[in-house]
Write a protein that binds this ligand. Structure first.
Ligand code: G6P
Length: 606
């Protein structure tokens, strides 16, 4: 998985390729490279590590040419070295690729038997050689692509620059690819963001499509190798790269943006006249819905778990929730007339997209809760529910998560009203509580001093447990995920009541236990679990409100006291301190907060 850019231009491209790659770093940042068709042939510049290494190298390298391709990589096959960095070259072909060619080993063996040699450990170089080998036969490109596409297994998108930069072959299966139309220039990129600084006129290739691009335009062919027209749309994506402002990291900025974007998201889902939920029209009646299946990955999955609790508890809807990478291979039955909701910040997580397609085959109505309205998942959904978080750059999701929760909360209330489970007043109470969150969170974020000693202690720990019950359980899991991805400390989020079935064995004075414990209906039980931790010499870090602190605060080694809120909205409020704890612990440890090792913002491989 990776980001792709290609330009067949009329002016120098090297700087523009690197600029476009800046917008694609969310797809990987292990290495980056560009290749430009120069007067002396194809010239490559590649660097291991983040894009700025490539950008710095370009300052002192002459790469002059008006056609080129570029790539930012998240390593799948072969380490993150310069030799494995894209573009890869074989004869006439210079290629960049996103995804995995699953049968690359068999293809490589055939090519090696024919005398081909490889310089890298990548599946991409195999693809470059295969295409070059097929082109050498001299058949028309339509014939070659008709033969090539069925030979490739897996999910991929690629752009191959040919013949001194006069044309490009591009293709996609599952991984996204867009063609951009400029004035006498043509572009290709992984998404609208990549192309934002170049053109607004885009055409998204569909599943199995390939295209031959020249400076005059693009000839597109479908999965049956038939010429096809794909609509050209005007993209809303802007090329503006958001800065960090006065913040040290994008993540810090995004944490502090939450009051504002939670407000936007709530406003989007409310009717401004009567302050009642106003969701996009759904093609089914929620009162007759046999089941809602929620599927997502990573942090978005935890938003789905919170939604399950909400929808079951307040709306009485039967909900199943699963991790995308598991769901798609379970071959799960899905009920006739059912709906499936896919939650994704990027709208590009491949597992989530493939799970969506599975649900489509099972005739489910497809809802997508996404932060990127032009993403693959949004485009394939029947109904798009947007989050209004704005661009999220930090790899660890923060404002996207809480805005997902905000949208899901209003959806739950809407369905609860429609299904007669909550009265109009009860809905209004909860909406009021949601409406108070931006200010409460803003206040919380204005004083982060109490977090400092806790973060200092967490940074010394080898393992950390996060415990919670009810909707605090997914927040405990999210807190643990945040801590491990940012600070590389092993952390587990557990249902507080399950602790006695295993994790309690881990507890000693060296294992901090973060209790996510608003004083809700389950508080007494969570308090008992806190006592069990203390009885075994454990250290409790208590996240609770005044009532909870009064009850068990004296036992805790540290307390973060949060405002008392309606229990329905507590998971949104309690998301923020677990983000801040992870952020400040990572600051203590000096890790790379916005781009932690081995991760990527959007994972477009299985
Ligand atoms: C990656 C990111 C996570 C994100 C997950 C799902 O693992 O590092 O922050 O939660 O993907 O991404 P999505 O864009 O589908 O929400």
């Amino acid at each position: 998985m990776c980001g792709i850019i290609g330009i067949l231009g009329t002016a120098p491209v090297a700087d523009r390729l690197v600029e476009a790659l800046r917008h694609l770093e969310y797809r990987g940042y292990d290495s980056a490279g560009i290749a430009v068709a120069t007067a002396d042939g194809m010239a490559r510049l590649r660097r291991a590590g983040k894009l700025h290494h490539l950008a710095t190298a370009l300052l002192t390298t002459e790469l002059s040419g008006s056609a080129g391709i570029g790539h930012t990589r998240w390593a799948t096959h072969g380490a993150a070295t310069e030799a494995n960095a894209h573009p890869h070259v074989a004869g006439r072909v210079c290629i960049v690729h996103n995804g995995i060619i699953e049968n690359h080993a068999d293809l490589a063996a055939e090519l090696q038997a024919g005398g081909r040699q490889f310089e890298s450990e990548t599946d991409t170089e195999v693809l470059a050689h295969l295409l070059d080998h097929m082109l050498a036969g001299g058949a028309p490109i339509e014939r070659i692509m008709a033969d090539l596409m069925p030979k490739l297994r897996g999910a991929f998108a690629f752009a191959a620059l040919l013949d001194g930069g006069t044309q490009m072959i591009v293709a996609r299966r599952a991984s996204p690819l867009a063609i951009g139309f400029g004035d006498s220039e043509m572009y290709v990129g992984s998404d609208a963001l990549a192309l934002a600084g170049l053109t607004r006129r885009l055409c998204y290739l569909e599943e199995g499509d390939w295209a031959l691009i020249s400076r005059d335009g693009a000839a597109i062919f479908d999965a049956d190798n038939q010429p096809v027209e794909r609509p050209v749309v005007l993209s809303e994506a802007t090329g503006a790269l958001i800065g960090k402002g006065n913040f040290r990291h994008y993540m810090e900025r995004e944490i502090h943006e939450q009051p504002e974007v939670l407000g936007y998201t709530l406003a989007y889902y409310l009717d401004s006249r009567n302050r009642q939920p106003a969701l996009p029209v759904l093609p089914f009646d929620p009162c007759k819905l046999p089941r809602l299946t929620i599927v997502a990955a990573g942090t978005s999955y935890y938003a789905g778990v919170v939604a399950k609790y909400w929808l079951e508890h307040v709306a009485g809807v039967l909900v199943e929730v699963d991790i995308a990478s598991e769901f798609r291979y379970r071959e799960a039955e899905m009920p006739v007339g059912g709906a499936a909701l896919f939650i994704s910040q990027s709208g590009e997580s491949l597992d989530t997209l493939m799970a969506l397609r599975y649900a489509r085959q099972k005739a489910q109505t497809i809802l997508a809760l996404v932060n990127q309205p032009e993403s693959s998942i949004a485009r394939e959904a029947d109904v798009v529910l947007p989050t209004r978080a704005g661009p999220e750059i930090g790899v660890a999701s923060t404002k996207a998560f809480t805005t997902q929760l905000m949208a899901l909360a209003v959806l739950s209330l809407d369905w609860a009203a429609k299904r007669g489970r909550l009265s109009a007043d009860e809905v209004a109470d909860r909406l009021q509580a949601l409406g108070e969150l931006p200010e409460l969170i803003g206040d919380m974020l204005s004083n982060l001093e109490p977090y400092q000693p806790i973060a200092h202690g967490l940074a010394q720990a080898r393992d950390v447990l996060y415990l919670g019950r009810g909707t605090s359980y997914p927040i405990a899991m999210e807190g643990a995920l945040k801590l491990k991805e940012l600070s590389y400390i092993h952390a587990e989020g557990y249902a507080a009541g399950e602790m006695k079935h295993g994790p309690i064995a881990l507890i000693d004075e060296g294992v901090p236990v973060v209790m996510v414990a608003p004083s809700d209906a389950l508080f007494e039980k969570t308090a008992s679990n806190a006592r069990e931790v203390l009885a075994r010499g454990g250290r409790v870090i208590l996240l609770s409100d005044a009532g909870g602190v009064q009850h068990i605060g004296s036992f805790a080694s540290h307390i973060i006291e949060l405002p008392t809120v309606h229990p329905f909205v507590a998971p949104i409020l309690y998301s923020v301190p677990v983000q801040v704890l992870a952020y400040m612990t990572a600051l203590e440890k000096g890790t790379d907060i916005d781009q932690p090792r081995n991760l990527a913002k959007s994972v477009t491989v299985e």
